[in-house]
Ligand binder design. Sequence first.
Ligand SMILES: Cc1cc2nc3c(=O)[nH]c(=O)nc-3n(C[C@H](O)[C@H](O)[C@H](O)COP(=O)(O)OP(=O)(O)OC[C@H]3O[C@@H](n4cnc5c(N)ncnc54)[C@H](O)[C@@H]3O)c2cc1C
Ligand code: FES
Length: 221
Amino acid sequence: MRRELVCVAGSEEIGPYTLLRLERGSLDPGAPGQFFMLEAPGRLLPRPMSLCQAPPGELAFLIDPVGPGTRALAGVRAGDAIHVLGPLGNGFDLEVERPLLVAGGIGIAPMPYLAESLGGAPAILGFRSETHVGAARLLPDAEVVVEPRLVTELLPEDPGDVLACGPEPMLEALRALAPSAQLAWEAPMACGYGACYGCVVELAGHYERLCVAGPVLSTAA
Ligand SMILES: Cc1cc2nc3c(=O)[nH]c(=O)nc-3n(C[C@H](O)[C@H](O)[C@H](O)COP(=O)(O)OP(=O)(O)OC[C@H]3O[C@@H](n4cnc5c(N)ncnc54)[C@H](O)[C@@H]3O)c2cc1C
Ligand code: FES
């Protein structure tokens, strides 16, 4: 992992989200499901973001503007520069035979890079409104449901190797239906590399830092 000041190559609105494209500099894109800590202009702490796309020379992140840090990131423009640290954490294990990508809402963020790394994979996406469905264009061949329908309704009886990211209730439901699923979890993160203990979660009866043990876990979080 490295920390680098990188230039903003551009940003684009995708439904209610912003696709933020950064010049890659000498940063390694890492594995799908790994994350980067992005400086949020005007905020003390950086914010964790999953890598969404890794086009040549760039790193792209899909941002859901839910609070001050993510709104600041959605507001940066081409020519600005921000500090970026990464890649961090453990990503998805790509040694799978029958991958099925499942994402809910902003959980779509790591899926385009994951699909590309797997050489293509079927995907099921769920969104809470037609506006949010705009993000589905990042995975054009995916099956899409909108609430009140849920992604679990489209899960085949034998789902194969599920790789998922999304809200906690969706991950809990998937864990019950596909116990071997690889699930990308979230917790508030201040450092991203194991130093602050701000992201501690209970894992199989003991406490772990999610930024080090995860964010992708194949067992109960
Ligand atoms: C490994 C990882 C990867 C992530 N990848 C992405 C991504 O690709 N795109 C994206 O838009 N967001 C992603 N997030 C979530 C994002 O980091 C948070 O939404 C962001 O830090 C919120 O900062 P804020 O200042 O905008 O809002 P805040 O004011 O900090 O929070 C707004 C609301 O979100 C809640 N919240 C904040 N952080 C988290 C969190 N980590 N988990 C659950 N709830 C939280 C707060 O309790 C509050 O209700 C990721 C988080 C993690 C841990
Ligand atoms: S975010 Fe600091 S220890 Fe995990």
